[in-house]
Design a binder for this molecule. Structure first.
Ligand SMILES: Cc1cc2nc3c(=O)[nH]c(=O)nc-3n(C[C@H](O)[C@H](O)[C@H](O)COP(=O)(O)OP(=O)(O)OC[C@H]3O[C@@H](n4cnc5c(N)ncnc54)[C@H](O)[C@@H]3O)c2cc1C
Length: 308
């Protein structure tokens, strides 16, 4: 990332919320479930699957956590009624992990059982490393209770990930593999770009070797190529893996993956708690400085780009 971009990234929390909101619109379906369903419908029409995330990381009470869990009932109902091709993604902090493991466990189990009743699937997102142990443990508990419609996320930047793959092997987990987005200490995570890539490839190889269904979640061109190579080498059928991308990131490349015959799932977040998610997406965007500059300019010069 260029120097100016890095400076903007570190100053981003000071950028006024309305500007963040405007330039992050491409990453968020909207605030309401209808917004999410509309976006999923469009994605489905373009041959893409989806996973819907109800944004709610900033909850502070068990009631708020329960509210998020209950929102997923509405999501499952809407998916069923509208015949959408989408599963859901949940964050355990949104379901109350920081308020106590039992709070998150109750909300998670309820959501996974709700999904099972409707033939749907729940992916548990992976958050920062203070959540890793609990997330993996709760995943195992649910699987051992016989709930199979639930999957996990593993982060290639974590040094522990290959060990986690080994210790989860008896469950043949359904895994989304991504690089990892949170700021982690060097003792927990690789910081070097090439080391993260190498770890991603090793982890993907180990997962496919163990027979896991993997969602290869990346926009990194080199990893997309490596992913496709490993899929070929393991002679996987189309239904035995998928690529995954985030809403608003490299949409043209997403189209190419579909045309090439791969299954592709787009992560579709919606909800009024859009701010923290938006900051993360903007901080990853290599063109962040340009977006901020152009948005600021268009506010200073009314009518620029046709906006008033
Ligand atoms: C479906 C999905 C689910 C995820 N779930 C989790 C999770 O549960 N836990 C977790 O820690 N992380 C999650 N992530 C985020 C992931 O860990 C990475 O931080 C993120 O995907 C960026 O890494 P990358 O592999 O795309 O490579 P990068 O090297 O970061 O990006 C590759 C290229 O993609 C483009 N790009 C990337 N980000 C943006 C952006 N915001 N705007 C515009 N262009 C961009 C750029 O061209 C960039 O050069 C998820 C990612 C995806 C795709």
């Amino acid at each position: 990332m260029a120097l100016l971009d890095r400076a903007i990234v570190s100053a981003l929390p000071a950028v006024p919320k309305p500007i963040v909101r405007r330039i992050s619109q491409r990453y968020i379906a909207g605030e309401r479930i209808e917004d999410a369903c509309r976006v999923v419908e469009e994605l489905n029409a373009a041959g893409k699957m989806a996973t819907i995330d109800v944004l709610g990381e900033e909850i502070t009470t068990p009631e708020e956590a329960r509210h998020i869990a209950y929102s997923y009932d509405d999501v499952f109902r809407a998916i069923g009624e509208q015949g959408l091709d989408s599963n859901v993604s949940v964050k355990l902090t949104g379901l109350g992990l920081k308020l106590g493991r039992s709070v998150a466990r109750q909300n998670l189990e309820r959501t996974v059982r709700g999904a099972a009743e409707r033939g749907n699937f729940v992916r548990i997102d992976m958050e920062d490393s203070s959540c890793t142990e609990d997330t993996l443990a709760l995943y195992r508990e649910l699987r051992e209770e016989g709930l199979d419609n639930v999957g996990i996320v593993l982060q290639a930047y974590l040094r522990r990930t290959l060990d986690d793959i080994e210790s989860l092997a008896d469950l043949t987990p359904n895994v989304r593999l991504c690089k990892g987005i949170y700021v982690e200490p060097l003792k927990a995570a690789y910081h070097d770009f090439d080391q993260v890539r190498a770890s991603f490839v090793r982890a993907l190889g180990a997962l496919l070797e163990g027979g896991s269904y993997v969602g290869i979640a990346t926009h990194d061109e080199w990893l997309l190529q490596e992913g496709a190579r490993l899929v070929r080498e393991h002679r996987l059928e189309r239904e035995q893996y998928e690529f995954q991308m985030l809403l608003g990131v490299r949409p043209e490349r997403a189209d190419e993956l579909v045309v090439a015959g791969h299954r592709l799932r787009i992560y579709v977040p919606y909800g009024d708690e859009w701010y923290a998610y938006s900051l993360r997406r903007l901080q990853e965007n290599p063109k962040i400085a340009g977006y901020i500059a152009s948005d600021t300019l268009s506010r200073l010069i009314p009518g620029r780009n046709g906006r008033r």
